[in-house]
Design a protein around this ligand. Structure first.
Ligand SMILES: NC(=O)c1ccc[n+]([C@@H]2O[C@H](COP(=O)([O-])OP(=O)(O)OC[C@H]3O[C@@H](n4cnc5c(N)ncnc54)[C@H](OP(=O)(O)O)[C@@H]3O)[C@@H](O)[C@H]2O)c1
Length: 235
């Protein structure tokens, strides 16, 4: 039995990870701010004990530590640092508060807490459980917009900086942790609340491709910034 822990599991890409891993016979610890979400209740009915739902706001570091203590003896094959935010609005409306002349600093601080500090906290809290298996995988859910080289437009300063921060964090963890495979993942522009109505890719399609890619990873891949197909994304 292989086991995964997913943050932000109630909707979007996190929900898809949960759903598709369960369908592939994994055990999943689905972490969410909304443990009563209908989406997860339906999966719980279908998959029973293989799905464990836990309340978790990734900005609550005491809660992250508490969850890690609860599962201290549970080896994890996969941790997906998926919880993420562009603030109260998805794309493209989030540009209304993230440009050079209209920056909302409170929102910037909020999403830094979630996308960077929260992800760092989850990764460090669950490192031991990942290290307890051979080739445990840490996926830090990044974005193409966190790529410096692909930034040809500007704007989205708050969200972009969080994903660029997540990227350098991933590289550092890969350098320091020889016992896990840490990657930064660009899932593509997906049709979720965050991605917005104009997005290109159904979340189920992105996660399907991501899972196929994760299955092919080796320790040599640790520290890479990859897209859902496993191709390198320029830093
Ligand atoms: N969609 C895209 O096009 C796209 C592209 C590149 C990267 N990404 C990344 O992919 C990840 C998933 O995004 P998505 O598109 O699936 O977005 P989404 O549908 O808006 O879902 C975001 C998820 O993150 C959770 N979340 C937000 N803040 C949290 C917190 N403090 N603690 C715990 N959970 C929290 C949300 O929970 P609530 O329901 O409680 O708010 C929700 O489950 C994010 O890291 C995002 O940056 C997405």
């Amino acid at each position: 039995m292989t086991t995964a822990l997913i943050t932000g599991a109630n909707r979007g890409l996190g929900y898809e990870y949960t759903r598709q891993l369960l369908a592939r016979d994994w055990e999943v610890i689905a972490c969410t701010r909304k443990p009563d979400a209908d989406s997860l209740a339906a999966l719980s009915e279908q998959y029973g004990k293989r799905l464990r739902i836990r309340a978790l706001d990734v900005t609550d570091h005491v809660a992250v530590d508490g969850l890690s203590a609860e599962f201290a003896d549970l080896p994890l094959d996969l941790v997906v640092n998926n919880a993420g935010s562009t603030g109260p609005k998805g794309a493209p409306e989030c540009m209304e508060y993230s440009g050079l002349t209209n920056m909302d600093f409170a929102i910037w601080r909020d999403i830094l807490e979630i996308n960077v500090l929260g992800a760092f906290k989850v990764a460090t809290a669950f490192h031991a459980q990942l290290a307890a298996v051979d080739a445990g995988i840490l996926v830090n859910m990044s974005s193409d917009v966190g790529s410096c080289e692909r930034n040809t437009q500007g704007n989205l300063y708050s969200y972009r900086t969080t994903k660029a921060g997540l990227n350098i964090m991933t590289k550092g963890m890969a350098n320091e942790w020889q016992d896990v495979i840490a990657v930064a993942m660009a899932p593509g522009w997906c049709q979720t609340d965050l991605g917005g109505a104009g997005a290109e890719i159904p979340p189920a399609e992105s996660v399907h491709a991501q899972l196929d890619t994760l299955a092919r990873l080796t320790p040599e891949d640790s520290g890479r910034f990859i897209d859902r197909f496993g191709e390198t994304v320029p830093w």
